[in-house]
Design a protein. Structure first.
Length: 383
């Protein structure tokens, strides 16, 4: 009997561990694309409902961004995709949860895009003191999460800030990793205070949610330094190191490999997720500063090869348990391209997003989309 109970316990623990690996995409624009008439198809041209289709292929997780007041964004930024207010996220988040998928919420804590060099304080918070902003970020976080829970869209993973490699809520929360690393530095103190306040609010409303801190690799050597400095602030309690990795901006897979190895050595208690990645199937991603087309041609097969090699690398790192493709849902099928005709007057985006997982003109799924679930090593069917 003891042996049987032991085997059952081992089986339960094994299944629980397997269920904690996630693959999917940031589908923040999906609701808008569908509203505009986009038609999605599988590789054979059969029309599909995207979220159902993603799940059928083995995806088990989705990510959605949230802005404080996207109506304050410029028209250009709105056309780029700055539209996700709380009402939008509640509706899309509920669809994700109803499908039985893991839901990652990406707080931007700004009215528009945030990334290193740009993390504007929300307009409504701009005249607040440091103490007032620290309290406001908690209040805002709590109110958003309470509304999401009430709407049936409780997040499972919460990012307290988007690509905060150089801090957040500029200028008061801007930090320098390459410069001062003193915990007495005013900006680091402000930044850590903002994060701790947001995290505390998350845990009050969603105690079971995992907290992710999201950085990227524009200065790869600074990534481990960032988390080493953050470790000096005990109130910043988080579970996941989230990374953006785009080969067109950050270079070879070896760059990512080195960062992952260092992070695993220095922060063995943290899980690591690639929360944004992408590679072109026709052209390089806009603004590319690196060129890997010799290894990964900008073709459907080149995109697939990149995906295969990325997954192979990630599965060599035991702490890596998440992989999210950014903006996989982009397609202009039935929006710009209708019945073979091309009409850019109907476009609501600024040109092409070249790292999507659907053909822009036909809406057909690309080979890389089907490759992503191999990251799970067969765990999706067990889950």
């Amino acid at each position: 009997m003891k042996r049987i109970l032991l085997l059952i316990l081992v089986g339960v623990l094994t299944l629980s561990a397997l269920a904690q690996k996630f693959v999917g995409g940031d589908i923040s624009m999906l609701k808008e694309f569908i509203n505009k008439g986009a038609v999605y198809k599988d590789k054979d041209g059969n029309i599909v409902e995207p979220i159902t289709f993603f799940k059928q292929q083995g995806w088990n997780a989705m990510r959605v961004r949230l802005f404080v007041d996207p109506t304050r964004a410029t028209e250009k930024e709105k056309r780029e995709g700055v539209i996700q207010d709380l009402a939008y996220v509640k509706a899309l988040g509920k669809r994700i949860k109803d499908a039985g998928l893991n839901f990652m919420l990406d707080f931007h804590y700004s009215d528009t895009w945030t990334h290193p060099g740009q993390h504007a304080t929300p307009n409504a918070w701009s005249n607040m003191t440091i103490a007032e902003k620290t309290a406001q970020i908690a209040l805002y976080t709590k109110e958003c999460l309470e509304e999401l829970k009430a709407a049936g869209a409780t997040p499972d993973i919460i990012q307290t800030g988007n690509e905060i490699s150089d801090g957040m809520l500029y200028p008061s929360g801007r930090v320098s990793v390459g410069g001062s690393t003193s915990t007495g530095d005013a900006s680091w103190t402000n930044f850590a205070g903002y994060l701790a306040s947001a995290i505390k609010a998350c845990k009050e409303v969603c105690p079971n949610a995992k907290i992710a801190i999201h950085t990227e690799l524009h200065a790869p050597n600074n990534v481990p330094k960032f988390y080493n400095i953050l470790a000096q602030y005990p109130d910043v309690k988080f579970d996941i190191i989230g990374l953006s990795y785009y080969p067109d901006y950050h270079g070879e897979l070896s760059v990512l490999d080195n960062v992952l190895t260092t992070l695993e050595c220095q922060h063995p208690d943290k899980k690591i997720m690639i929360v944004e990645t992408g590679y072109g199937f026709k052209w390089q991603i806009s603004g590319a500063t690196k060129n890997l087309t010799g290894t990964y041609p900008t073709t459907e097969e080149g995109q697939k090869k990149f995906t295969i090699d990325l997954i192979k690398l990630l599965n060599q790192h035991q702490n890596v348990n998440g992989l999210y493709w950014w903006y996989p849902e982009y397609t202009l099928n039935n929006i710009v391209f209708v019945n073979g005709n091309e009409d850019w007057n109907k476009n609501f985006t600024n040109g092409y997003w070249n790292g999507a997982l659907f053909q822009y003109n036909t809406g057909k799924a690309l080979p890389a989309l089907y490759e992503l679930p191999t990251f799970l090593n067969g765990e999706a069917s067990i889950h």
